[in-house]
Design a protein around this ligand. Sequence first.
Ligand code: FUB
Length: 316
Amino acid sequence: LTTTCRSLFLFLAAALLPLAAQAANPVFPGADPHVAVFEGKYWAYPTHTPDRRAQFHAFDFVAYSSDDLVDWKASEPILKIEDIDWIKADGAPNHWLWAPGIAEKDGKYYLYYSVGPQNPTPSRIGVAVSDRPDGPFKDIGKPLLTGGDGFEAIDPMVFQDKDGTAYFYAGGSAGAKLRIWKLKPNMVELGEEITVDTPPNFTEGAFMHEIDGTYYLSYSHGGWNNPNYSVHYATSSSPVGPWDYQGPILNSRGRFQGPGHHSFFQHPKSGQWYIAYHYWPSKKTEPPLTGLRQCAIQPVTFGSDGKIEKIVPTRG
Ligand code: FUB
């Protein structure tokens, strides 16, 4: 009996192991999550959505950290709007922060973020620097990018290529235009802008990752208040295109409102890729939406042709 019980226990333990590494969605509150691996831990930087009133109008950022993608711990605020002098100095009464992007270089961490109002322009993107992934971050004292002429400076993302060049991606929503610059080596100034095509069905939330020489540009399509809100992607042999449109990868198929504004990241040891995104995990699928946006994480599978297999958001 003892041997049978032990075999049964080992069988059940082995069967449960993969589940232990898979989070029950949603995993943490917020939206627009940029997840990255620093110092052997997962770090997530979402738009902070403390309550429904503030869900598009946050006044600080927090980071979440995890050793296992299951248990996530919120940090203290890593940057507060009241500590950003140029926002206060411009005198306009209503400002807010959202959609951060993170990058690390030579032991310093760079947090890029959208500063509202988004539309009408000028929308702006700021950048703050820290010695630690959980801050505190210090803003550099001026905007990195200002929108105008129909271009909305929102949804920053930095991709560091294998040759060390850092590319800065931004833009979307009403203008639905993607723009890309090289970042100067100091990571806090824009260098040369590269003229690129905006890929088909681009709305906002650009993200770049690279695998074996294929560059994957992924982005939100449809807008957060549209039932077709989803994530699409295009591939290229370079981080700046030209793009080969591949279609949608993440679509709730009417089950939930969302998903959108995502990031890709890789398990540092196994190499497994994951996608983090936000959605409204209530059953209601048409605007006006109930509840707050929340963040979810799911594994990503690539076909032998390098194409991303379609993902359907989960809850629980
Ligand atoms: O979080 C505010 C906006 O909603 C972002 O800029 C978009 O990407 C969308 O997620």
